[in-house]
Design a protein around this ligand. Sequence first.
Ligand code: NIG
Ligand code: FE
Length: 416
Amino acid sequence: MQHSPALAALPSADGCWQPVALAPWLCAPDVPVGAGEPACIAVEHGRIAWVGPRAALPTAFAHLPRQRGEGRLATPGLVDCHTHLVYGGERSHEFALRLAGASYEEIARAGGGILATVSATRAASEDELLAQALPRLQQLLAEGVCAIEIKSGYGLDLAHERRQLRVARQLGAHCGVTVRTSFLGAHALPPEYAGRSQAYIDRVCNEMLPALAAEGLVDAVDAYCERIAFSLAETEQVFLAARHLGLPVKLHAEQLSNMEGAALAARHGALSCDHIKHLFTQGIAAMRAAGTVAVLLPGAFHTLRDTQRPPIAALRAAGVPMAVATDHNPGTSPCLSLLLMANMACTLFGLTVPEALAGITRHAARALGLQHTHGLLAAGRPADFVLWPVQHAAELPYWLGHKPSCGIVRQGRIAA
Ligand code: NIG
Ligand code: FE
């Protein structure tokens, strides 16, 4: 396994981690997790070689040196599947404006919101963007995040979108963490295209996306389908351009209103539909049929003091996988704790503990197309896991703003 210089300096995690406790719903189905039996995780060459009850450890792994599991609860590395981590500036004055009664939509229509961050992002150099994003990423990593999605969408022209995506790639290499990039050129209409939405979308599809994809900067394509952003037809044009290049799509869908974006995204085989507070029956059925993940973003719900909740009971009944993410961004979710989001997904949206934990691991990995490598403890996967100093899995979403000091194995190295 190739390591970033930062990770290469850390001790190898090869060895047999024991004793640890396992939660069955965070292990591959073939892992024989006994009720409360001491378990172990064997790591060889930076990968999980075996996981299961200590008593059943195959002799082939008996020679591995012992690593200290200390009886801690082992989970897969956390996955934050929706972030806007790279940007310039901050928007605390909008927080104050909303407290005084202005709505997110009103602030956006008056030229604030996303466009305020576009100005600050365009004004920052690549090094400045990296320096500002790095401590944010480090906070997420310290809480056990091992894979993260980072979107563009605050550049809104070729040069500045490229800069954001390059910084996202640099963050992954620098910190030794799996980064999936999403090109979000269709996030807002840049001021130089005011009144010319179609011309901007043409540029996104015909110039920006092909160029950035050719540079290897784009893992997926996202859009914001909303009355303050782009129409259903414009969103479909972006999806068609993505699919032409063989790139998967995802969508900021039904955040402020029901635009029927989720059904469109699902028809294009979307990895995920995110926000989905105003999602109704037809969209749920389409997502289920396509295997699209519903990404819940309680940080934005909380920050905007929203009252419209995503249709959790209907999603659950339909069997649509639900992920939970920070949506870290300077406007609607200045949040750097995925565990806090798991807490809010339970308290604000009504998820159960297993649902919330699957939401920040298994289903989040699927929302990034990483379901075969991340989000589950299973043999053959990269050794990305977290050892928590807790007795019960419910403690992870239970604490409010407390960051437990966990042991972290990332990309086969002992990161904490
Ligand atoms: O996911 N809704 C659109 N995008 C972001 C907010 C971006 C911003 O306000 O800067 C979101 O909530
Ligand atoms: Fe977002």
